[in-house]
Design a protein around this ligand. Structure first.
Ligand code: F0G
Length: 444
């Protein structure tokens, strides 16, 4: 089932233990370190042939070719003939966003919109691989903890694979849209008192006896799927690499995956430089940013945040499982980790909307962060910048309506004042009033 030259390897340099791909483990059984899936031998491929195979698959009717993940299957740890569980994920657009660029005071900004995936978030690119692996291993139950998007994604892929699926979510902290998706796809949703971190701890503990297959991003197969987005992005940029790549950080799987994707592109010789990878967190849920700013380089210790808080519920996370991999990505590429306020997230989200694009609150941390990084001169106005939008605008409409109706408020910042609000206009005076309103709206 597996390509012969891949293994699971502990990322700890002092350990580096390897495990066969058939082992359903999530961390190193020797030192408890995180696992990477790595090549035992860097594949020697003709790069132009590889590029043209990947490109030509875009016009093929084969299910694997129609997936933006499996289209790059030469870099995935499976036999070429594996039965994939796919919803034609990936192949997401890279938009030009001129209004967002001018808000950030840079010449141009591109938005890689992973919210156009089948279940509306980037999770699908990892889930297609993790659920395929669950089937290869003969799993009888797949499970995850989630702030909502992993839940929706796993529920859909488990339904496609006809696998029973259990999801742990923190009671009352998941948007209605995400919960609705998970329910509709038939997952059993288990609501737990506490926050995402407590759900994550519980499900990790319960997965230890092998009775369920865990597909959170601690599972290295998830990261394998998500890394292909780096391949897709540079292909869209005609094999050019942006100077900066900026993404939100929660459990830190996505930044780990982009780091791995770009590392592999570089190792294969498909790109000649790395982008600087920066991660943005909401100020109330920012253990990674705190670590980045104050860790001791000789003895890096990560401190969890016991009570994370943010209206961007997708990234309300205080104990990110993949911080070490994400740190490696940021460090290797000389990126930054920073925080943005609730007000900055909300305004940036509305600005992205004005570009006709839209995203969920967590995704908007990127544009808010780029604006800050520009102000700090970390980003120069003429550099090539790509922001990763992780979720669809329809994922959290309560937030959107709250912002535009000026009723959005946070525990830490109170009412969000809203510089870009767009409140519905009540027209009660009939046709004449309506005509006057419409005429006031015309382009001058
Ligand atoms: N953006 C969105 C829309 C998310 O749903 C998440 C994470 C992130 C960003 C952060 O990505 O965890 O890889 O750093 N959502 C997870 C979930 C935790 O359960 O849906 P990360």
């Amino acid at each position: 089932m597996f390509a012969p030259h891949f293994v699971q390897r502990c990322i700890e340099s002092k350990c580096g233990h390897t495990f066969e791909l058939e082992r359903p483990i999530y961390t190193c059984s020797v030192c408890n370190g995180l696992l990477d899936i790595t090549w035992t031998d860097t594949p020697k491929q003709d790069l132009n042939v590889l590029r043209s195979i990947w490109w030509s698959r875009k016009t093929s009717m084969d299910l694997r070719d129609q997936s933006g993940v499996w289209r790059f299957r030469e870099v995935l740890p499976f036999d070429q003939n594996v039965d994939v569980v796919s919803l034609q994920e990936g192949n997401t657009p890279l938009y030009d966003a001129p209004k967002s660029a001018s808000y950030c005071e840079i010449d141009a900004l591109r938005l890689k919109h992973q919210g156009t995936n089948p279940t509306g978030s980037f999770k699908d690119t990892g889930m297609t691989v993790a659920v395929t692996q669950a089937c290869v291993l003969g799993a009888r139950l797949v499970a995850c903890a989630s702030t909502g998007n992993t839940a929706a994604s796993l529920a859909a892929y488990a339904a496609r694979a006809d696998l029973p699926c259990a999801i742990l979510v923190p009671t009352g902290q998941v948007s209605h849209a995400k919960l609705a998706q998970a329910l509709d796809y038939g997952a059993r949703v288990l609501e737990i008192e506490g926050n995402f971190d407590s759900c994550m701890r519980l499900i990790r503990e319960l997965s230890e006896d092998g009775s369920l297959y865990l597909v959170n991003s601690i599972n290295p197969f998830r990261i394998e799927g998500q890394k292909t987005v780096a391949f897709e992005l540079v292909e869209q940029m005609q094999w050019e690499v942006p100077d900066h790549l900026v993404m939100p950080g929660g459990n830190l799987g996505n930044s780990s995956a982009f780091g791995k994707g770009f590392r592999e592109l570089f190792a294969l010789g498909l790109i000649q430089k790395m982008p600087r990878i920066s991660v943005v967190q909401a100020v109330g849920a920012s253990p990674f940013a705190k670590f980045f700013l104050s860790h001791d380089p000789t003895d890096p210790q990560f401190t969890d945040e016991p009570h994370p808080t943010t209206l961007a519920s997708a990234i309300k996370i205080g104990a990110p499982v993949s911080w070490k991999k994400a740190w490696r990505a940021v460090e290797e590429t000389r990126g930054a980790v920073l925080t943005v306020t609730e007000q900055e997230i909300a305004d940036a989200k509305a600005v992205i909307g004005r570009d006709g694009i839209g995203c969920e609150p967590a995704s908007a941390t990127t544009v808010a962060g780029i604006r800050k990084l520009r102000a700090q001169q970390f980003i120069k106005p003429n550099e090539q910048v790509v922001a990763v939008l992780t979720g669809n605008v329809l994922k959290d409409t309560d937030y959107v309506i709250g912002y535009h109706n000026k009723s959005l408020s946070s525990d830490t910042e109170g009412f969000i004042s809203g510089s870009f609000t767009n409140t519905p206009i009540q027209v009660t005076g009939g046709r004449d009033e309506l005509r006057a309103v419409l005429s006031s709206l015309s382009k001058k």
